[in-house]
Design a protein around this ligand. Structure first.
Ligand code: AMP
Ligand code: TRP
Length: 330
């Protein structure tokens, strides 16, 4: 079985990315001893909207180091940078020619992001799901662990794979999304109806994995709640507290019932104090390891190995795709 996923190197990953995606990669790695696991830095994806060159460079390395700091083990998981395996862009093109503008325009993420970009929406923002489909289909991926917001992109990947297989003969494995039951959509600390996002203009709404520890604690303590005053998991009437409970539960493995019992009769203050310590501990662990890795040669060795491993698989698949379609001489 093969498991694959990636994250865009835009800004620093948030607690949402961590709980919805990275922690899940680590869990899958630890629970599936015979699976072949690939996790990459989706740098080609990060240029669908304008980015500063220096920022991109910094974020690519930083994300790779955060994968390792979060518990991805290079002996188990191949970590690589998307643009270093050129078949991603190549297959992306082929898939663009086997998908329809209408289905790209229906993607929720495209609708949201293009509304923000106004007149300067790039073609890449529209065709992005084809590149994501290429990332997945190049490797005969069976399972794709992602947060809730990427489900639609995995579904279109399935449609494209099935369509290609029908047209050209069996070529791609049809993948399944892997979305956790809890934590797949962590909300903003300032607005529980909005997804926690690293591009939120209000930094109080999110915590990144590299935030200053005290600042992160304060963000939890100042997170919005409600006037009900009872620690209870109720996403309809108490969405903000429920969101904080999701973070709590994800870091302690306690169930919502257990958390409710622990804080019954107590107010939000105690609950938030404890949560701020829990988050601080988790961030401290990650940051300590991150600082050891970020400037090491070890990181480059791991990324070289990952690139070489991924390239061997991608090369073979691409040759097969061209052959099926009739491109080139062979
Ligand atoms: P992105 O930051 O868009 O590259 O997302 C990387 C991964 O994190 C994807 O699997 C997303 O689904 C996941 N993700 C992003 N934001 C959140 C969030 N607020 N809650 C849970 N998962 C998220
Ligand atoms: N599109 C994903 C995101 O924005 C990142 C991504 C790119 C990805 N290619 C992928 C995730 C392939 C899983 C599999 O979060």
């Amino acid at each position: 079985m093969r498991i694959l996923s990636g994250i865009q190197p835009t800004n620093v990953p948030t607690l949402g990315n961590y709980i919805g995606a990275i922690k899940n990669f680590v869990k899958m790695q630890n629970e599936n001893q015979d699976a072949d696991i690939l996790v990459f830095v989706a740098d080609l994806h990060s240029i669908t909207v304008p980015r500063d060159r220096k920022d991109i460079k910094k974020n690519i390395r930083s994300l790779a180091a955060l994968y390792l700091a979060s518990g991805l083990d290079p002996n188990r998981t191949h970590i690589f940078i998307q643009s270093e395996v050129h078949e991603h862009a190549e297959l992306g093109w082929v898939l663009e020619c086997n998908s329809y503008i209408g289905e790209m325009e229906r993607m929720i993420q495209f609708k949201e992001k293009s509304a923000k970009e106004g007149a300067s929406v790039t073609t890449g923002l529209l065709t992005y799901p084809c590149l994501m489909a290429a990332d997945i289909l190049l490797y005969d991926t069976n399972l794709v662990p992602v947060g809730e917001d990427q489900k639609q992109h995995v579904e279109i990947t399935r449609d494209i794979a099935i369509r290609f297989n029908n047209k050209y003969g069996e070529t791609f494995v049809v993948p399944e999304p892997m979305i956790q039951k809890s934590g797949a959509r962590i909300m903003s600390l300032q607005d529980p109806l909005k997804k926690m996002s690293k591009s939120d203009p209000n930094p109080k709404g999110y915590i990144t994995l590299l935030d200053d520890i005290n600042e992160a604690k304060n963000k939890i303590k100042r997170a919005v709640t409600d006037s009900i005053g009872i620690v209870k998991y109720d996403t309809v009437n108490q969405p903000a507290v429920s969101n904080l409970m999701t973070i709590y539960s994800s870091f302690t493995n306690m169930s919502f019932d257990e958390i409710e019992n622990k804080y019954s009769g107590l107010g939000y203050k105690e609950f938030k104090e404890d949560l701020s310590e829990i988050v601080a501990n988790e961030l401290t662990k990650i940051q300590t390891k991150y600082n050891e890795i970020i400037n090491s040669n070890e990181l480059d060795k791991i990324l070289d190995e990952g690139r070489d491993y991924a390239s061997r698989i991608a090369y073979k698949k691409m040759a097969k795709v061209y052959k099926r379609i009739g491109l080139g001489r062979y």
